[in-house]
Design a protein around this ligand. Structure first.
Ligand code: ASP
Length: 349
């Protein structure tokens, strides 16, 4: 038997009609009961919380991170599934991935249709996630959805309602689940894991500011005044803004705030091409470039870098996170033994 622990956190996969709209209410055992469990897989459920994921906080994410860690302290566990709302699934999955230092996988899944829908996608997605968690190795945190398995890093929610909710705008899925087995494509290198922050760490404020025509530095300055320790600027094009925003970024960096420049464009990398308020000037002002990370995951990169620098007393040091952030953004690969990179033969087929 393969042992998989399902950590239930809510989302549409746990939602039912409330009379005026849907909301998460079902326990993990009810979510599990809605579908089939692959042959040869034994499941234990942990009910962590039950929220729709637009309400997820750093506090929830730290609890999830520590629960994953605690569950994997048991050597008889072969893998973990996290059921999660799709709205912010890519954020929690990437955060867990950045701190994940174990060959056993953490497989995130959810549903686009609620638990009580007759033609719902919850049972199939959960089945695929269980299959992936029971058989994958060395893949970190991944997202199993609509028959595909994506690396957490780089994956976004790409459609509000369609069953194919997730995709990597700059890459291919890691694997596919077909006829009750997972087949893997080319594996991507993963950076070394960050040190686990204390469960009671401070929750640093990290904001996303989107640039647009007629945009100015008012919202960025407001974020800094509100105490942001990190800011992601979702620039136009390949990561561009204005000279006044560059001035605000320079002041923020001088105050120790981590600033990352991403883009509001759906695919492609940011690049230092333009001056006059563009990414060339933002980099010169001390900002880092997000590469192909979309803004919500660039925010998680900043948050994780800050959390990794938190001291044992739970407080944030004034220096240190910037070096960690550069490592996270460059995603330096760690040498994984080939034996850990590919699927140990699957179950359920
Ligand atoms: N609003 C829901 C949530 O993120 C959407 C979903 O789960 O698909 O909790």
């Amino acid at each position: 038997m393969r042992n998989v622990v399902v950590i239930s956190t809510g989302g549409t996969i746990a939602s039912r009609w409330q009379g005026d709209g849907y909301a998460a209410e079902a326990a993990g055992s009810e979510v599990l009961a809605a579908g089939a469990v692959p042959d040869g897989v034994d499941v234990r459920v942990v009910d962590l919380f039950t929220v729709n994921s637009s309400r997820i906080t750093t506090g929830h994410q730290l609890r999830l991170l520590h629960t994953v860690h605690d569950v994997l302290a048991d050597p008889s566990v072969d893998g973990v599934v996290v059921t999660h709302g799709t709205d912010t699934l890519e954020e929690s999955a990437f955060l867990v991935d950045l701190f994940h230092d174990d060959p056993r996988p953490v497989v995130f899944t959810g549903a686009q249709k609620p638990l009580d829908a007759e033609d719902g996608d919850a049972p199939g997605n959960l089945y695929d996630a269980l299959l992936t968690a029971s058989s994958g190795r060395g893949i970190g945190a991944v997202i199993a959805f609509a028959g595909q398995v994506f690396a957490a890093r780089g994956t976004v929610k790409k459609h509000t309602l369609d069953a194919h909710a997730f995709g990597d705008p700059d890459g291919l899925p890691l694997g596919r689940v077909e006829f009750g087995r997972v087949s893997w494509g080319r594996r991507r290198p993963r950076p070394a894991a960050l040190p686990l922050p204390p469960a009671e760490a401070v929750h640093p404020r990290v904001d996303i500011i989107a640039h647009h025509s007629d945009g100015d530095s008012v919202l960025l300055d407001a974020a800094l005044a509100a105490g942001a320790r990190g800011v992601v600027l979702a620039g136009t094009g390949a990561g561009n803004a204005t000279p006044s925003i560059v001035d605000s970024v320079r002041r923020a960096v001088a105050d120790g705030v981590l600033v990352v420049v991403g883009t509001r464009v759906a695919a492609g990398t940011v690049a230092p091409l333009y001056t006059g308020g563009g990414a060339v000037d933002l980099v010169a002002a001390g900002a880092e470039l997000a590469g192909t990370l979309r803004p919500a995951q660039a925010r998680i990169a900043v948050l994780a870098s800050l959390l990794a620098a938190v001291g044992p007393d739970g407080s944030l040091p004034a220096t240190g996170p910037a070096d960690v952030l550069r490592r996270v953004l460059r995603a330096e690969p760690q040498a994984l033994p080939a034996s850990e990179l590919y699927l140990a033969d699957g179950v359920g087929h």
